[in-house]
Design a protein around this ligand. Structure first.
Ligand code: NAD
Length: 261
């Protein structure tokens, strides 16, 4: 399969799953638009590294996924830079762990904005261009938490259940236009997002670091192994292939058997 002549915009791709997905598309010849936060020199190294390693063009947008105007501008900028946005991956996400009665209202708003609403605004901006070209792929990084819940993650679970519903709705609307919309629902993937949850989970549940890893994270996953970012990227690349053209509106789990229980 080749994605040469395609452009993939991946939100939240300066790190973790998003970066692996962007590299996966670059590996198939697509130009990529990176987005997310981080140290400017590290981001530039990553961007330039993708161009050198894969022989594609890579552009970076620092758009803040809590700001609809910046999301629209990011999509426009990508279209102006590369001519189109053919593949949109809504991946940016954050986590916050706390009992509901202590959950700060601003954290709730921020998680809903980044993990759910940003996907709506990015799709709204990118869909007209995909319709005009008669081809498009939209992939939303959901989570096992789009299907099941865990305590102390109210905003995250609500946002991820929301993204699963948004995915199905968009899939139905776009089915006549050769634009597929799916979500990928990983279990625990070893990334900075997961590592950062350890201290708060230790506090919320009164556990040691080892207990959080064994009894909270991997407890849910019958394989007792973390998912890797490259495995998630492999599925994203497959969803852009011809073999996946009849897959739309699906919520694809990659969770070591977590949600089979
Ligand atoms: P990560 O922390 O490594 O990456 C998150 C990315 O989002 C970073 O690039 C960060 O800069 C970016 N980001 C955060 N806030 C942003 C904002 N306001 N605007 C723009 N970019 C912003 O985390 P990850 O684990 O790679 O998570 C990526 C996605 O995968 C998230 O949607 C997450 O919910 C989902 N996910 C992760 C896991 C896991 O176990 N790691 C499991 C299931 C789903």
């Amino acid at each position: 399969m080749s994605l040469k002549s395609k452009t993939a915009l991946v939100t939240g791709s300066t790190s973790g799953i998003g970066l692996a997905i962007a590299k996966g598309f670059a590996g198939q010849g697509a130009n990529v638009v990176l987005n997310g936060f981080g140290k400017p020199d590290e981001i530039e190294r990553t961007r330039a590294g993708i161009e050198t390693e894969y022989g594609v063009r890579a552009h970076y947008s620092g758009a803040d996924m809590t700001k609809p105007a910046e999301i629209e501008a990011m999509v426009r900028e990508a279209q102006e830079t590369f001519g189109s946005v053919d593949i949109l991956v809504n991946n940016a996400g954050i986590q916050f762990v706390s009992p509901i009665e202590e959950f700060p209202g601003e954290k709730w708003e921020q998680i809903i904005a980044i993990n759910l609403s940003s996907a709506f605004y990015a799709m709204k901006a990118a869909i007209p261009g995909m319709k005009a070209k008669g081809w498009g792929r939209i992939i939303n990084t959901a989570s096992a938490h789009s299907l099941v819940a865990s305590p102390y993650k109210s905003a995250y679970v609500a946002a991820k259940h929301g993204i699963a519903g948004l995915t199905k709705t968009a899939a139905l609307e776009l089915a006549p236009h050769k634009i597929t919309v799916n979500c990928i629902s990983p279990g625990y993937v070893w990334t900075p997002l997961v590592e950062a949850q350890i201290p708060d989970t230790m506090k919320a549940r009164g556990l040691t670091k080892e207990q959080v890893m064994e009894d909270v994270f991997l407890k849910a996953q019958p394989t007792k192994e973390f998912v890797t970012v490259d495995q998630v990227a492999g599925l994203a690349v497959f969803l852009c292939s011809d073999a996946a053209s009849q897959m739309t509106g699906a919520n694809l789990t990659m969770d070591g058997g977590w949600t089979a229980q």
